[in-house]
Design a protein around this ligand. Structure first.
Ligand code: SF4
Ligand code: SF4
Length: 125
């Protein structure tokens, strides 16, 4: 099992989770982080570190977030670079933290082999 970064991270990327991780599991996209399921040791340290509760154990991922299991696996380790130290949050992080449906602004959208995150009509504004 692994832990999974879900939709809540998009456009927030507070990155506190990175400093909490003892196994350097995180990879960074333009507006979201993901966890490498091969590296994750399931310690759970990152869960409480995330201000927006974006990280959940794989076996507790909500039904509407299941696509993010494959997305984390797909983007980590190959397509996105490793991040091992926290950095400044995204400029509008506090605004986007209040918006639950924002996968339509994920950059790049619906990427990764066999991964379709779908879309939402919520503009976020
Ligand atoms: S702390 Fe939460 S919002 Fe910030 S990068 Fe990690 S998972 Fe994303
Ligand atoms: S559960 Fe532990 S090992 Fe896995 S990503 Fe979170 S902090 Fe890292």
């Amino acid at each position: 099992m692994s832990h999974v970064v879900t939709e809540a991270c998009i456009n927030c990327k507070y990155t506190e989770c990175v400093d909490a991780c003892p196994a350097d599991c995180f990879y960074e996209g333009p507006n979201m982080l993901v966890i490498d399921p091969q590296a994750c040791v399931d310690c759970g340290m990152c869960v409480s570190a995330c201000p927006v509760d974006a990280i959940v154990p794989e076996n507790r991922v909500p039904a509407d977030q299941l696509e993010f299991i494959a997305f984390n696996a797909s983007m980590s380790g190959t397509l996105w670079p490793s991040i091992v130290k926290s950095k400044a949050r995204m400029p509008d992080a506090d605004h986007w933290a209040k918006i639950p449906q924002k996968r339509h602004v994920l950059t790049p959208p619906s990427v990764g082999p066999g991964v379709d995150l779908g879309s939402s009509n919520d503009t976020g504004r």
